[in-house]
Write a protein that binds this ligand. Structure first.
Ligand SMILES: [Ca+2]
Length: 145
């Protein structure tokens, strides 16, 4: 091989862009893998929490049971895809013994459905009903009794 050709070839093989490129690829792959592991772990934790909550929901009076009842009342939809069992929403809210339990219900609701209970209450009820619901919750004792 001609020495010049060989030198060009060597230079080509060692051009900095390739090295930077492969390093970047390595970094991106590592970041991607790290993110993948992180996301997979987060899904695992989320499913684990959800599984625990689903078990808890079988116990009457457990925050997860109240959360499930509220969700079922929200999803009491008719064939048009809308509708909410307001009576059931109110009777469930009445049955929650205290504001501290209500906060536990909110956490259970988030673990089970990945949603904010207060926001869903607002969405599912009209403004007067939502005011009534808020009143029911605010009238409760602060501590668990
Ligand atoms: Ca609904």
């Amino acid at each position: 091989m001609h020495p010049a050709t060989s030198a060009i070839r060597t230079a080509y093989q060692h051009r900095p862009r390739i090295r930077l490129g492969s390093q970047m690829t390595t970094v991106l792959l590592a970041t991607g893998a790290g993110l993948g592991v992180f996301l997979a772990f987060r899904v695992l934790v989320r499913n684990f929490k959800k599984g625990i909550r689903e078990q808890e929901a079988l116990e009457v009076g457990n925050p997860a049971a109240f959360a499930t009842q509220l969700k079922m009342a929200f999803e009491n939809d008719n064939t048009f895809g809308w509708g909410t069992d307001e009576e059931r929403v109110f009777s469930t809210l009445e049955a929650i013994p205290s504001q501290s339990t209500f906060r536990k219900v909110q956490r259970a609701y988030r673990d089970l459905y990945g949603r904010n209970l207060a926001a869903d209450l607002k969405d599912e009820l009209d403004s007067q009903e939502y005011a009534n619901a808020t009143q029911i919750i605010n009238a409760k004792l602060l501590a668990s009794g």
